[in-house]
Design a protein around this ligand. Structure first.
Ligand code: GLY
Length: 594
């Protein structure tokens, strides 16, 4: 059965049983700061389980069904085997205070064995064994009811396994939320479908409180389901992957097959993440995206693929999935540009780092890479530590991880001390430009926020400058946020704030280069460089220009001591979190980067 048929069959099956079909939510969760990415279908429905929102009002029923885009990072190192993925689609049916265990189990079984016609011989199930201990929280009783229901459907005792809290208790997503015991359906020994019986609310301190109403939350891995239903040996040989895998040139040998699977998984995930607005950066979601893109590029090297090999692969992903996820077509240009830029940027780093690592390996009789050597690659070549680890494992080398940690901590402390001393007033300070490719150190973040502040300053002029004079009245940057004060006579409208954010993020996405040159102060001012009137500048000043080395042609130019990022793409996603009055006629904006 094709995956298209499975999609339709699943949604129709539950629609016929009173469920409202709901579209997948974004991979970037809207109202749930406790999770970075959407990891399950139930996430968009959290408030309905808790009774905070009324499903009847929003869906006309207490039952919904969806096919949800999901992304799970804990499995990243498993990708390359038969069934693990980072990005995947999850089929689910949900009940908010409506049907419970009996229907959930009955319908799950009916769908698998009657709709998809998977033989019951190939299946077994599991139920929650109970957890009397309090080691991982409160005791939770055994789920005897589910076992009874499975037996009533004709499953023999030896087909109903029991498992504990680790395997058969699910949730919450993030730090708190609905959760409960589960019952799982396996086909050919592979876990396919997780039926969660939401009975509890798990608080941030891990205490469980019974929910006011029981809920059902099920999650079935679409790729795995396609695998067993299409009798494919791996998820990569289902029609959800095959057209993509087929255009990656490779030989059918172990390390090349693994490289192909990693590339296919990662480019698919990256394409979907960018479509949902994630940009490569050094923190949080942006870092996850950067990591999978860079890992895919590195495995491209294993296969000796041409430069820019990711572009046709991403185009293929868009083509395969755009019918079900129109955002891929809408964001097509963004997706390809972001991938191209990241590939360009990382290829050089990778080449140099690999050469250097090669030298280190040749010289080693003891087959141990010291912490200092690993740190040298990271610091001087921007070579990601996880790549050093991966290559070391492949070549059967060990890494002195403790040594690496010590070297890394020392470096962080030096950066932090430097940052505290030098950035207090966001004024002119001569400072050596200190950079690491993959680091979320405070100094790195302050530098990125600093460049973002210049973009913000210019964007304020762009959007508000027609109405009144925008003049910098102060600014302060720490590792959490930037704060910028400026003259403006009224509160900003939310549309204006959105526009300002949009302008800044556009400049970030364009990955504009940042230039820095010494100039005569009068010349700089004449060319339009912005200066902070409270600051006393020497005759010779440093000018930072974004977008062009010539300040008169640059998007932003300011008298400033730096440091700044090399290009705006390094900043990450820019977000204004507050706009308020600072004093009469002066507004204050606080913004963060993600
Ligand atoms: N929400 C059920 C699952 O993700 O397995």
């Amino acid at each position: 059965m094709t995956s298209r048929e499975i999609r339709q069959k699943f949604l129709k099956f539950f629609e016929k049983r009173g469920h409202k079909i709901v579209s997948s939510s974004s991979l970037v969760p809207k109202d749930d700061p406790s999770v970075l990415l959407t990891t399950a279908g139930m996430q968009q429905f959290k408030p309905y389980y808790m009774g905070n929102k009324d499903p009847i009002k929003d869906f006309g029923t207490k039952r919904t069904t969806s096919i949800q885009k999901s992304f799970r990072t804990p499995d990243i190192d498993e990708v390359g085997d038969e069934s693990h993925l980072t990005f995947f689609e999850m089929l689910g049916n949900f009940s908010f205070g409506d049907y419970f265990k009996e229907d959930a189990i009955k319908w799950g079984w009916e769908f698998i064995t009657e709709e998809l016609k998977i033989s019951p011989e190939r299946c077994h199930v599991s139920v929650f064994a109970g957890d009397p201990s309090t080691s991982s929280g409160q005791a939770v009783p055994e789920d005897k009811e589910s076992k009874k229901i499975w037996k009533s459907l004709g499953l023999a005792d030896d087909k109903i396994k029991k498992a504990g809290r680790k395997d058969n208790f699910w949730g919450p997503t993030g730090s708190e939320g609905p959760c409960g015991p589960t019952s799982e359906i396996y086909v050919d020994g592979l876990e396919i479908w997780n039926l969660v019986f939401n009975e509890y609310y798990c608080h941030a301190d891990k205490t469980l409180e019974p929910l006011k109403q029981n809920g059902i939350d099920t999650g079935m891995g679409f790729e795995r389901l396609a695998m067993v239903s299409q009798s494919a040996p791996t998820v990569f040989e289902t029609d959800l992957f095959l057209p993509l895998v087929q255009i990656i040139p490779h030989k059918e040998i172990l390390n090349e097959t693994k490289a192909v699977r990693i590339i296919a998984d990662h480019i698919r995930g990256a394409t979907f993440l960018i479509a949902d607005g994630v940009l490569p950066s050094n923190v949080e979601r942006g870092y996850i995206l950067r990591r999978i893109l860079r890992r895919a590029i590195r495995y491209g090297k294993v296969l000796k693929l041409d430069k820019n090999f990711l572009i046709p692969l991403s185009q293929k992903v868009i083509e395969m999935y755009k019918e079900f996820y129109p955002e891929l077509s809408v964001k097509r240009e963004d997706i390809l540009t972001v991938i191209e830029k990241e590939e360009e940027k990382f290829s050089k780093t990778l080449e140099n780092g690999l050469k250097e690592l090669g030298k280190i390996l040749v010289a080693k009789a003891d087959k141990i890479i010291s912490g200092k050597e690993a740190f040298y690659l990271y610091e001087s070549y921007g070579f990601p530590m996880e790549l050093t680890r991966e290559i070391a494992t492949e070549k059967r080398f060990a890494i002195d991880e403790t040594g690496w940690e010590i070297a890394f901590k020392e470096h962080q402390e030096i950066s932090r001390a430097g940052a505290e001393k030098k950035f207090g007033g966001h004024g002119i300070a001569e400072i050596t430009n200190h950079k690491s490719q993959i680091t979320n150190s405070d100094a790195g973040k302050i530098t990125r926020l600093h460049t973002a502040t210049h973009l913000l300053h210019q964007a304020l002029h762009d959007i508000l400058g027609q109405e009144a004079e925008v003049r910098q009245m102060g600014s302060d940057i720490n590792a959490e946020r930037t704060r910028f004060d400026f003259t403006f006579p009224r509160k900003l409208f939310s549309e204006e704030i959105n526009k300002i954010e949009e302008v800044v993020n556009k400049k970030i996405k364009l990955d504009l280069p940042v230039f820095n040159k010494k100039m005569n102060k009068e010349d700089a001012i004449r060319l339009g460089a912005r200066a902070f009137f409270k600051e006393k500048y020497p005759d010779e000043v440093n000018v930072y220009s974004i977008g062009d080395p010539d300040p008169s042609k640059a998007y932003s130019k300011e008298l400033c001591g730096g440091p700044h990022v090399d290009s705006t793409g390094e900043i990450g996603y820019f977000k204004i979190i507050k706009e308020e009055s600072s004093s009469a006629g002066v507004r204050r904006i606080r913004a963060i980067i993600e």
